[in-house]
Design a protein around this ligand. Structure first.
Ligand SMILES: *[C@@H]1O[C@H](CO)[C@@H](O)[C@H](O)[C@H]1NC(C)=O
Ligand SMILES: *[C@@H]1O[C@H](CO)[C@@H](O)[C@H](O)[C@H]1NC(C)=O
Ligand SMILES: *[C@@H]1O[C@H](CO)[C@@H](O)[C@H](O)[C@H]1NC(C)=O
Length: 472
């Protein structure tokens, strides 16, 4: 009965060749021939279909070049500036008055907390500390996990300064650009002209709250970041308002954060950058039509990081550093966000001094050829779907600007614009996959969508009738 039904299907179905296999009148040899032909066709049909599926899953996007440069704008790179003097003396005095810290204790504590605020992988060994500092820390009950909070409390956010002349501000002539305080691997710094959302700010990363309302940053004509195109010959901005003795500045893509291990410029007066930036962008349908594994890049909101609520490649590298530091020193430095379900222990200053300097090269580069301890640390970070590669053509220190402008900072200028940009595109979409599989099945077997429906129909409804005794 069952074989009879299958024979019935073979006789009727749309796949060519099947009916010859079961035709009674043909010689046995002919039937074997047809059977092997059908088997070979099915085999190759599957091979080709699987290669289409593989192409869809792994090679469906590519990076193309766009050359119609007259029609697009390029984002001017961001500037992150870290002042070398961190804390505000007035806030510190108030704090000490409240907590009853005086005299030499106060001096020692200032020295300690100021250096802690200015610490990063290069200079952990400079954090001072002695019995006096220990005494103050004990008196205050200051735990390592509150280091960053205290530093934040004792830092004055210069973007809130009432006097325009001393405010940390980012502008080009009458045009104003957003600037904010951010938490970096070098403590609290200031970032101007960036595409990143408000999640990348000191307050959000330390406390999980959006930045306080800043009336100097609110008017609608303030730009998020500066752009320029082929017809603008010279686009520039200045990030100014630092009263510290020197600044460290980093110029980087407007779609990413600074990297503490490369490209910092030290300046006592201010620094001038001449940069060139080439972008890589994404076609609109990339986000909806592909998965992360298919396109091998991530958008900002597609974070799978533990410590950070958004994704960029450099943030991902920071997370690798967190994990590496945790593996080697069993705790993490205070300047990382730690608002997670199971916070990692934060290092006290003694561990920072004793454990970190030894590995500073390894932590900075995430790789060290002299590191015999273990195999390379696993760190895989996807590219940003939107990014820019920034080349610094020249840097100059601006001498005399402090007297002229009352404060120091940095100046970024773009004089020449790229004549091409890269674009991530979908070249093999879901529709292409369907067409490809359908075409393959049609080519090898004469099979089609309706054939598939017929197959399902035959083995459900028709089988049901057959079992009940109705035959057609
Ligand atoms: C902050 O750290 C940098 C790098 O080690 C150092 O050059 C600078 O002098 C420090 N700032 C202060 C105020 O000590
Ligand atoms: C920082 O300031 C906030 C609000 O004023 C306060 O609640 C918090 O305890 C302070 N943190 C430290 C470590 O002093
Ligand atoms: C994030 O995803 C990448 C691959 O897409 C993976 O290698 C990495 O381990 C993931 N990170 C976390 C923290 O899950």
């Amino acid at each position: 009965m069952c074989t009879k039904f299958i024979i019935l299907y073979f006789n009727n179905c749309c796949i060519h060749g099947f009916n010859y296999v079961v035709k009674q009148k043909l010689m046995f040899f002919e039937r074997v021939l047809w059977f092997s032909l059908v088997a070979v066709s099915i085999y190759f049909c599957f091979i080709v279909c699987f290669s289409s599926v593989d192409r869809y899953l792994t090679k469906s996007t590519h990076i193309g070049v766009e050359k119609n440069y007259l029609f697009w704008n390029t984002a001017v790179p961001s500037l992150t500036v870290c002042p070398s003097d961190r804390l505000d003396i007035t806030l510190f005095d108030d704090y000490c008055r409240q907590k009853d810290i005086e005299g030499s204790e106060k001096e020692a504590f200032w020295d300690f907390i100021e250096n802690l605020a200015n610490s990063t992988y290069m200079n952990f060994q400079n954090i001072p500390g002695d019995d006096e500092v220990d005494k103050v820390i004990k008196k205050l009950g200051l735990k390592p996990k509150h280091y960053m909070e205290l530093i934040y409390n004792l830092t004055f956010d210069g973007t809130f300064e009432a006097s325009e002349r001393l405010r940390i501000r980012c502008y080009d002539g009458p045009t104003k650009i957003q600037v904010r305080q951010v938490l970096t691997e070098w403590g609290l710094c200031y970032l101007g002209s960036s595409d990143l959302g408000q999640e990348y700010s000191s307050r959000y990363l330390i406390f999980g709250e959006y930045p306080k309302y800043n009336k100097y940053q609110q008017s609608p004509e303030i730009l998020k970041y500066m752009v320029g195109g082929f017809f603008d010959d010279n686009v520039q901005y200045t990030l100014l308002g630092f009263t510290s003795s020197a600044v460290f500045s980093f110029v980087h893509s407007a779609f990413d954060v600074m990297k503490v291990d490369t490209g910092s410029e030290y300046a006592k007066e201010g620094i001038f950058y001449d940069v060139f930036s080439e972008e890589i962008i994404s076609e609109e349908n990339l986000k909806t039509e592909t998965t992360i594994a298919m396109r091998k890049c991530r958008f900002h909101h597609e974070s799978n990081l533990t410590h950070f609520p958004f994704y960029t490649k450099n943030i991902c590298l920071q997370e690798c550093r967190i994990n590496l530091a945790y593996e080697r020193c069993k705790c993490i430095p205070h300047f990382y966000p730690n608002l997670i379900a199971k916070p990692k222990p934060v290092c006290d200053y003694k561990t920072l001094r004793s454990c970190f300097p030894r590995y500073s090269n390894l932590f900075l580069k995430l790789y060290d050829k002299d590191d015999q301890l273990k195999k390379p640390f696993p760190c895989y970070c996807e590219q940003n779907c939107y990014d820019a590669s920034v080349t610094t053509k020249a840097t100059n220190s601006l001498s005399g600007s402090k007297n002229l402008l009352g404060s120091i900072g940095g100046h970024v200028q773009v004089k020449s614009w790229p004549q091409r940009r890269l674009k991530r595109q979908v070249i093999f979409s879901m529709t292409d996959l369907l067409v490809s599989i359908g075409g393959t099945a049609g080519f090898f077997l004469g099979f089609s969508f309706l054939g598939l429906v017929e197959f399902v129909y035959f083995f459900t409804l028709r089988l049901f009738w057959q079992i009940l005794g109705y035959t057609i």
